[in-house]
Ligand binder design. Structure first.
Ligand code: FAD
Length: 448
């Protein structure tokens, strides 16, 4: 193995437009993501290490790397910005980690369709800034939108800010086309239409190297930040659902249990010991939010428009950023992800009565299969793997759909179902199975 790595390295050194990293500190840095949110994944992934890290600056360099990894049957794991939570870009079997951040061109904006074509290493922040110049914005963003890449979001993310209106990344209509490099004996550069791109969407980079993407966008809205504080959790959940279903345009609807609110950094609304709803709403929806909040006896606070440059807006408290802030206070907080069954409060109360202050509710409004629903990323105090598994089965028994953030495969982190199109795409584009080995369960079952 060491001999193969040495041979590969000596060939890589002659590739134009390719940065190579070999220092142990770099190998370690580029072999990790944010899997430490899960104590289960820490045990599983902490010792995984790339043999070599490369950073191509052109598509041509990627084609050569793909061909060389094929030649030496070396595992090739792609990395955007490395902000994933499930070790998606962690090399399980060593080999090469390829950092995609050198591919950052915005290739085209089509003013008629509003579609934008960008290279996969572009940061979501930069794409959004570009779109705003054209009166548009991204439909969906992770709360890591300042640092995450679009390639990593499509291959490893699921949704986030915007999901209340636009659902999830795999819903048809977001991803319109992909440019992909295969890892066959002679790598090909493919242009995939929306249909053929589906199998690579949320496949953790196991079945193709994405070099460029075409996405649909939404008209720009200057989102207004509203905070609504409620004395009762029942009232807060009820109001959140009302906001989500009202005739108004929301970009974010987050609910944080009061114990979370007291731990939040300052500057995100008045200090409060109540349950808090965070909203991003279009200017013409503010008065409706105010009316509904005040009619329910809740406190209403209008924080005005977002300042995207400052990075201090409500969106920085939402989705897994809530977990980030809580872990900053106590790293024993971890989390779960689920779609709540309806009526939500029944399950929420049952679990609360059993888990008490070891479980704090964090809800997000989402559109699931065209219907307004509430998802949750509850904070869970770490009490060992057995307790976590018990909580997961309890949630399932009560009707929640769990997206388990304590597992490493595409399928286990989703609905647990093997997608034969994803496996077929891997057979077609990565026949030797060198891309991110170990992460696609359907492929593991096929070859073992
Ligand atoms: P990486 O972590 O580098 O990679 C993710 C996956 O994509 C890996 O499997 C990698 O191999 C693959 N990949 C990367 N580039 C390519 C490519 N060019 N071709 C093929 N495969 C590729 N996620 C959400 O969905 N929504 C959220 O709201 C959200 N909030 C978060 C908050 C915090 C605090 C943290 C730590 C994480 C959060 N995440 C969220 C997870 C993560 O930040 C996002 O999914 C992000 O978009 C990943 O982008 P990245 O560039 O960091 O990808």
């Amino acid at each position: 193995n060491t001999e193969k790595v040495e041979l590969l390295l000596s060939e890589l050194k002659s590739v134009p437009d390719l940065e190579i990293y070999q220092k142990t500190s770099d190998l370690k840095r580029f072999s990790k993501d944010f899997f430490d949110y899960s104590p289960i994944l820490i045990d599983e992934l902490k010792d995984c290490l790339a043999d070599i890290v490369v950073r191509p600056l052109s598509v041509d360099a990627i084609i050569v790397v793909a061909q060389m990894c094929n030649k030496y049957s070396t595992p090739l794991t792609l990395r955007g910005s490395g902000t994933g939570n499930y070790g998606q870009c962690v090399p399980l079997n060593g080999g090469l980690v390829m950092v995609m951040s050198g591919l950052r061109k915005i290739r085209n904006f089509d003013s008629k369709s509003g579609e934008i074509t960008v290279e996969s290493g572009c940061l979501l922040r930069d794409i959004n800034d570009e779109l705003i110049k054209h009166g548009r914005q991204l439909r969906l963003l992770p709360s890591t939108w300042r640092s995450a890449s679009i390639g990593g979001f499509i291959a490893g993310g699921s949704g986030g800010i915007g999901s209340v209106r636009w659902g999830f990344l795999r819903d048809p209509g977001h991803l319109q086309a992909l440019e992909v490099i295969t890892t066959e004996d002679s790598p090909r550069k493919l242009e995939l239409n929306a249909n053929n791109s589906e199998a690579l969407n949320h496949a953790y980079g196991t079945n193709g190297i994405i070099t460029a993407l075409t996405l649909t966008t939404a008209p720009y809205v200057e989102w207004q930040q509203i905070v609504v504080d409620c004395f009762d959790l029942d009232q807060a959940v009820d109001l959140l659902s009302k906001f989500s279903c009202a005739a108004l345009e929301l970009y974010l609807g987050t609910l944080l249990e009061k114990e979370i609110v007291t731990c939040l950094p300052s500057g995100f609304g008045k200090p409060s010991s109540k349950h808090r709803i965070l909203l991003l709403v279009s200017p013409d929806g503010v008065s409706t939010i105010e009316r509904l909040a005040k009619s329910a006896g809740a406190d209403f606070d209008d924080l005005g428009p977002e300042n995207l440059k400052a990075g201090t807006g409500l969106r920085e408290l939402s989705w897994n950023h809530t977990t980030l802030h809580m872990r900053g206070i106590d790293p024993n907080w971890t989390y779960l992800q689920m779609l709540l069954p309806q009526p939500e409060l029944e399950m929420m109360k049952k679990l609360k009565s059993e888990w008490g202050s070891n479980l704090l509710w964090h809800l997000e409004c989402v559109r699931q299969n065209g219907v307004q629903r509430l998802a949750s990323l509850p904070l869970v105090k770490w009490q060992g793997e057995e307790a976590m598994n018990q909580l997961i089965s309890q949630c399932r028994d009560l009707g929640a759909v769990i997206f388990n953030p304590h597992t490493i495969t595409v399928e286990d982190g989703g609905l647990g179902v093997i997608d034969s199109d994803q496996v077929q795409a891997k057979s077609n584009f990565d026949p030797k199975g060198i891309l991110n080995p170990g992460k696609l369960k359907g492929w593991n079952l096929k070859v073992n």
